[in-house]
Structures are given as C-alpha cells and as structure tokens.
Design a binder for this molecule. Structure first.
Ligand code: GLN
Length: 519
C-alpha cells in the first residue's frame, strides 16, 4: 500500500526544512517507494495509534536502502543493507520511516554542529543550535515535520535536543530497546530513544519498540515485577528533587580540595592539579543553571506539587564525578567501536594509497572530523596498558557508585532477581536536563569543553542504565526549557505517567508557524 501525506504537507515541509535542515535524506512520498509492510506478530497496546504515521530516524540507525551516514564524511554515501529491530517493529505497526535526520558525527556532541553533512537549526530560533546529538530528530518533531522520531542517547543525546526544541524525549532503560541496527558509539551506555510531539505518542512508540531481541544479547523484556507501562503512577507519588546548587557546591568543594593538593605538591604535580582545578572550574560553572532554566525548573517543581505529587530535596553525592567517568568510558568504548571503519569493504576511500595500511590511514584521516579523532585518541589514552587502573577502572568504580546512589533512592534494578529488590522511597527524581537553553553559534556558543561539562545532568542516567524522560516545562525568553525525570529500571511507565499528568495541565508549546498535521 502506498503511503499518502496529508494535503498541503509537502509545501509546509519544504518551507520548514529549508530553514531548519533537519533531514539528511527524505523519501519521495509521492511515489510508491515507501510501503506499509504486512502485519504478522500480535501487536502491543500502542501500535494501533501509530498506524499510517510517518516517522523520522536518526542517521545512525539502519533502515534498509536509506542513508546511514552517521553524520560522517566517511560514510556519507553508505546505504544501510538491513533494518534496525526498532524500525522493523514500527513498520510492523504500520508506521512509515520517511527520512533520516542529521546528528553530531557518530553521536558525539551536544549541538549537531559536529555533523560533517549539514547544519541543523533550532525551529524556535534558527540562529541557535537544535541540540545534539539527535538534533535533526528533535528539530523535525518540533517543526511538525514528523509526529515522532527515533534518536540515540549515549549521554543525553535524546533528552538534551528534546529540551532545546520543546518536545518529549525518552531514553529507555539500558537494554529495554534492541540496539540491533544502531551504529555503536559507546555500547555500554547507549540505546535507541524516542522523540515525540506528545507524551502519549512517546508511550505508544516505546510500547512498540521495546522488548528483548535475539539479535542484541544485552536486550531484554521488562521484569514481571516492574511497573506497568500504562497507568503506573498517575497523579500521585513522591519525587526526589535534585538541587542544582548542591551539585555546583560539591564540584566547587572538589576544586578547593585540589587547590590544597596543588599547594602541598608543587612542581609538576602542582601544574597537573592546576590544570585539573581549572577544568573543574568550568565544570562547577556548568552545573549552575542559566536564570531562565532555573525559572523553568522552579515552575516544574511548583506545578508538580500543585498536581498532587510530594516533592523532597535529595542529594546524589557521586554526581560530581559523572562527567569525567562518562567521558572516560565513552571514549574508551568509542576508540574500540570506531576501529572497524577502515574503508576496506565500505566507506569513502582516498584516490590513491600505497598499501592497505596506507589506505586505512588516509581514509580515517580524511573521513573523521576533529571531535571524533579527539575521542579516539582520548579512548586509546585511557586504555593504555599500565594506565587502566588510573582512568578506566576508576571510572567504572564511579559508575558503580552512581548506580548505587540512584538505586538507594529509587529501588534496585534487578527487582529481587539476585536478592533485595525493594522499591525505594522515590518514584522518580526530578532534575534539569541541561544548564542552558538552546545556545547560539560563534561568540554565543558554548566551548566544546563547556558542552561536555554540561552533560552532568544527563550522563548519569546512562552510567546507571536507568530510564530518563525529558519534557517541556516552560518557554522562557522565546525558547523552551525542559526538565528531566529519572526512574527505576524498567519504570518508563511511571515517568510517562508523571509527564502526561503535567502535559494535561501544561500543553506542549510550539514554535511560531507550527501546524499540526498529525492527530
Ligand atoms: N553530549 C554527549 C556526548 O557528546 C552525548 C552524546 C550522546 O548521547 N550520543 O557524548
């Protein structure tokens, strides 16, 4: 069956896409190129709501016959030879993948400006970034070019662009959605997530794409004791509120400690700790919220209280080490995962090479962007023999500590399979998504280092493997502000219920010129 777009949509699409640049590829929907697949297996609850809907797919998730550039020059002309499990499940529900969206190269970044293919602008203000790395997916949904999109989230790449563009963004529990067909960046941290124009749509999509998959050995069904996906927590419950001030204070205290060490040690070690102190200074600054983001966060706290939730301040002491641990583990895994791109079987090649080694060197030198090269170098650095204790293993211990801190508040992730398993005091934790709203380019941009430091509120859910949901709290100064809920493993339903209760009282905002084509 050929797929039909609503009347007038193509000109609407073109007008927005020319300004925003969300897509790397868009299927010609007037032809029969996109077909609805036949239905076989019984469908999950949300499937009926998706029948006939178009959706966008981040260009690091495979859809057979469509682009799989990963935002990289190296893979710019690659067509995927197979389809990701998550996409297959959506096809089975009758939804149609209509385009591939822009991203930071291999998912590395927070602005989508690390794409080697094109620039994506924020639909709320085209002089600003759409966030990243799933910036194309977020921009497409925010502009109404697709009702939902798939993204990937390794350290915040679904939630942060969702917050920047004023849409809903879900990073599921690690393993809840198959990663088969997602081009790996940091395998132990990442997963496929959902960007959607409403909480209900997000839930429908998640209900379809979740579940264990024999093609991904880290994927699994939700345990029987996990909260239901529908109606797990509507209108009541206890939410722990992470105080951004407490996090900033903890990082500042860490710096004071380093200064002391600096004074004691002197010499070379002193210089090293001085460099560390200055980077921790950027990190402490990054933890502090921009005034408008603080306002949005406060309105979320007040609004949730009014809606009947009990809010209590909490602290997560290990959070101050989240960013260093995240970047140690992510770069280590990236350096291993990206080793496969040698341009031997596919990928852009140099015109001339002396021998296969030379071909690989030249292809990687010309094909990878600076950020990707930086991360490969960092990754090989932290994995050097004799240094693993100092960086990689230490980061893994921090990761375990962060997971324990979260489990103490929310309940254990294994639901008693290995003993224990009691629920925690909190149904969810409320925290900011990102310390700033969508930032600009040039002088008004954030430095690459400050962007990394600002991942502190998102990367902890990836380190702990927990589900996290970002939803619009308010619009401040013409730009959306998102807030984030983190939940117990496999408690996506709880987070969606809270956000849906919120959404009923505070409808999702839209940029000027937005038109709703999808009911
Ligand atoms: N900003 C983070 C990074 O650059 C997140 C990326 C992601 O989630 N893919 O690694």
């Amino acid at each position: 069956m050929a797929f039909k777009l609503p009347e007038g949509f193509l000109s609407y699409f073109k007008e927005w896409e020319d300004k925003v640049g969300a897509f790397i590829e868009f299927a010609d929907l007037r032809s029969d190129a996109v077909c609805l697949s036949g239905q076989t297996a019984p469908l999950p609850a949300g499937a009926a709501a998706l029948k006939g809907l178009p959706f966008a797919v981040k260009d690091n998730i495979a859809v057979e016959g469509m682009s799989l550039s990963c935002g990289s020059k190296l893979l710019q002309h690659l067509k995927a030879p197979y389809t990701a499990t998550a996409v297959k499940k959506l096809l089975a529900a009758g939804a149609v993948p209509v385009g591939k969206t822009n991203l930071d190269e291999f998912g590395m970044g927070s602005s989508t400006d690390n794409s080697a293919i094109k620039q994506t602008n924020n639909p709320w203000d085209i002089s600003r970034v759409s966030g990243g790395s799933s910036g194309g997916s977020a921009a497409a949904v925010a502009a109404g070019l697709a009702p939902f999109a798939l993204g990937s989230d390794t350290g915040g790449s679904v939630r942060q662009p969702a917050a920047f563009c004023g849409v809903v963004g879900l990073k599921p529990t690690y393993g809840a959605v198959s990663r088969y067909g997602l081009v790996a960046y940091a395998s132990s941290l990442e997963g496929i997530g959902v960007l959607a124009d409403s909480v209900g749509r997000c839930r429908s999509v998640f209900s379809v794409i979740r579940g264990g998959d024999p093609l991904d050995q880290t994927s699994h069904d939700a345990p029987a004791a996990a909260p239901a996906l529908y109606g797990a927590n509507a209108g009541k419950g206890t939410i722990g509120v992470l105080s951004p001030e407490a996090v900033a204070k903890a990082i500042s205290a860490e710096i004071a400690g380093k200064d002391l060490a600096n004074a004691r040690e002197g010499g070379d070690a002193g210089e090293v700790s001085l460099a560390l102190a200055s980077s921790l200074g950027v990190a402490a600054q990054a933890a502090e919220l921009e005034a408008e983001v603080r306002k949005g966060f406060e309105s979320a706290k007040d609004g949730l209280t009014e809606l009947g939730y009990t809010l209590k301040e909490i602290e997560i002491p290990s959070l101050k080490y989240g960013v260093p641990a995240y970047y140690t583990i992510a770069t280590a895994e990236a350096s291993a995962n990206l080793a496969r791109f040698d341009s031997i079987r596919y990928g852009a090649r140099p015109d001339w090479a002396e021998n296969p080694d030379d071909l690989i060197d030249k292809a990687r030198e010309a094909g990878f962007g600076d950020e990707v090269k930086l991360r490969i170098l960092l990754g090989t650095f932290v994995l050097r023999s004799g240094f693993q204790d100092r960086y990689y293993l230490r980061a893994q211990r921090i990761r375990a500590g962060i997971r324990r801190n979260f489990e103490a508040l929310l309940g254990s992730s294994d639901y008693g399979i290995s003993g224990g398993g009691a629920a925690g005091e909190f149904d969810a934790i409320l925290l900011p998504v990102f310390p700033t709203r969508a930032f600009g380019r040039g002088a008004s941009s954030l430095s690459p280092f400050a962007q990394k430091a600002a991942d502190l509120y998102t990367c902890c859910a990836n380190l702990a493997g927990l589900p996290a949901l970002s939803f619009p709290a308010s619009v401040e100064g013409g730009l959306p502000v998102g807030v984030q809920l983190i939940g117990r493993a496999f408690a996506e339903g709880t987070l969606l219920d809270i956000a849906e209760t919120w959404e009923q009282a505070h409808p999702i905002p839209h940029p000027a010129g937005y038109k709703a084509y999808w009911s």
